[in-house]
Design a protein around this ligand. Structure first.
Ligand SMILES: *Cc1c(COP(=O)(O)O)cnc(C)c1O
Length: 371
């Protein structure tokens, strides 16, 4: 069978194994697999299924439409969605048995107005400055939630917050704020069964932030949340993660050019000697960051090269020197570093960004396949 011209090959077994590896490292009672943004670009439904088979017992999405997609696919595991605008469809979410992350009093009122009992998890802003009620506001929100719970209008299953991963001192301050919020909740009569704070980074580096559940995103896809520690380094110290995506394309054509030949827009690259140029049909419209022009790594035939000149909308060029590359050869932009491929981290570094940004940006022309 011929491979697609542009291919993102997903390995669901890697996702399942990564969940298992992280679970055995963090050891919390519950594990949420975060599958927002199309499963960090890997496919939401297939990633969710793989994560559940690896032992996750919760799924997390940003918004309600993402959660509903999981339900439409027949996934019955508990799901929490936490990012809602004023018109978000709480009725459909409640009917689909989706827990609503609640970040304000108006949201709490809207959840309570849904007929039947809606299950909510209250979000506290302990310092990230994004979603959630501030510590100053949380007492009144908690009191109202406790009252609504006694009236049978809502069920408060959880209280949660999110770390800024800004360093040990800031994370410790957020942890302390979260513990204050939990004490306030208790004083108002709430007794949530799920208290959660940590995403992948906190789950790995701050055991005291794990509580009852960790929300694992980037790690389940085999990538590291840390600027200063790649997935390969995490594996070296016992947290074995395997990247679940390989991005590749066929070389569509090659040609010989003379020394000093310019390559791609702006002619920012010139061949140092007579060389073969290989044309790869992946560009910034496919998610290849233009910022990695001249530096992004590409592996062809087991050898490592760099993008020559600018990444264009549809294509990039690789100077393969005198190597015998021909049309139809596979050019791998990133995959498993342990089998010699460039990594997502290599591309993130080349583009001045983070692993998350590389995998979530793959464009619509790339075909997704499963190993
Ligand atoms: C995205 C997200 C996560 C997952 O974070 P990772 O760093 O990918 O593990 C967890 N919690 C919330 C609230 C998020 O938005």
């Amino acid at each position: 069978m011929t491979r697609p011209s542009r291919e993102a090959r997903i390995d669901p077994t890697a996702i399942a194994d990564n969940v298992e590896a992280l679970r055995s490292e963090v050891g919390t009672a519950h594990t949420m697999a975060v599958v927002k943004a199309r499963g960090y670009g890997h496919g939401a439904v297939s990633s969710a299924r793989a994560a559940l088979s690896g032992g996750a017992d919760w799924l997390g999405t940003a918004d309600i439409p993402e959660a509903l997609e999981l339900r439409r696919a027949g996934i019955t595991a508990p799901v929490l969605a936490w990012l809602h605008g004023p018109d978000a469809d709480f009725v459909t979410a409640a009917e689909a048995d989706i827990d609503l992350g609640i970040s304000s009093e108006p949201q709490l009122d809207r959840a309570a107005a849904v007929s039947g009992s809606t299950t909510v998890q209250l979000k506290v802003d302990t310092g990230l400055g994004r979603n959630g009620v501030t510590l100053a506001e949380c007492e009144s929100l908690f009191e109202k939630a406790a009252t609504l719970e006694r009236l049978g209008r809502i069920r408060v299953r959880g209280i949660f917050s999110h770390l800024a991963n800004a360093g040990d001192a800031d994370d410790a301050a957020q942890l302390a704020a979260f513990e204050r919020a939990l004490a306030i909740a208790e004083a108002t009569g709430l007794d949530p069964e799920l208290r959660h704070l940590a995403s992948t980074a906190g789950a790995i580096r701050h055991p005291e932030s794990r509580f009852d559940l960790v929300r694992l995103g980037i790690g389940i896809y085999g990538l590291s949340p840390f600027d200063d520690e790649s997935a390969e380094r995490l594996a070296d110290r016992g947290i074995r993660l395997r990247p679940a995506m390989e991005l590749s394309a066929e070389v569509v054509s090659t040609k010989r050019v003379a020394a000093g030949s310019g390559v791609s827009y702006g002619l920012t690259y010139r061949t140092a000697a007579a060389a073969t140029l290989a044309l790869v049909p992946l560009g910034y419209a496919d998610g290849v960051p233009r910022q990695a022009s001249g530096s992004g790594p590409v592996s062809i035939g087991g050898r490592r090269y760099r993008v020559a000149g600018r990444v264009a909308m549809d294509q990039l060029v690789v100077d393969v020197g005198d190597d015998p590359v021909t049309a139809g050869d596979r050019a791998v932009l990133f995959g498993d570093a342990r089998s010699g491929m460039p990594s997502v981290r290599d591309w993130a570094d080349a583009a001045g960004t983070i692993d998350y940004d590389i995998v979530t940006r793959i464009g619509g022309r790339v075909e997704f396949t499963t190993t």
